[in-house]
Design a protein around this ligand. Sequence first.
Ligand SMILES: [Zn+2]
Length: 224
Amino acid sequence: MRLTIRLCLTGIALAGIGAAAAAQAAQAVDCPAIAVEVTAESPQDRALVCEGAILARAFFRRHGIAMKHPIRIRLHRSAIEDYAFHIGVYDAAQRRIDLLTPAAAQRLCRLHSPFGLPMDAPLYISFVVHEVAHAIADQNFKVRPSSQVAHEYIAYAAQLAMLPAAQRSEILQRYTVAAFDSIGDMSSTYHALDPSAFGVKVFRHYQSLPDQGVFIRDLLSGAL
Ligand SMILES: [Zn+2]
């Protein structure tokens, strides 16, 4: 089966088939207050990435889950090799995130912006949250190989939960899709066909949970 490739994707390479190393002349620097190394050339770009990383960590902390290892994030001013339509990719084997710079993400998403919103700073930060959530989830999965659907569930729940309320309600008004009924209802095919709608269905499910922490921890432990 051939799936339509949409613009503005996010990705995850669980088997370690990540983007090949693209030489970047930038200097590695750390985000203050969090063990994240960002290869960024501009302090503004680095600040946005660090803000997203801190929000992602806060989402997990809220559910009693810790970040266990440092995370490396490599910024790209043009397309990520092998992932030409992606804003970001988490490579599990390399424990590294490849991410477009805000300007490159804006260019990529000019025609088909995710969630139907302009790729402004808060939306860009939310994609940092998404990718860093993949990285922190990967540090905490008890069962290997981890489920791609579980990974995406956690990444989208974190992304939309940590988005400013105004943007989140705009997205929820725009996408009228219902919540997923259960984990069995979520498929990687649906995710590939319409990532934004998948994300909204995940978030509505997450919102409806009586104990969100138990659900996220059960996804990570393999109990679900
Ligand atoms: Zn993802």
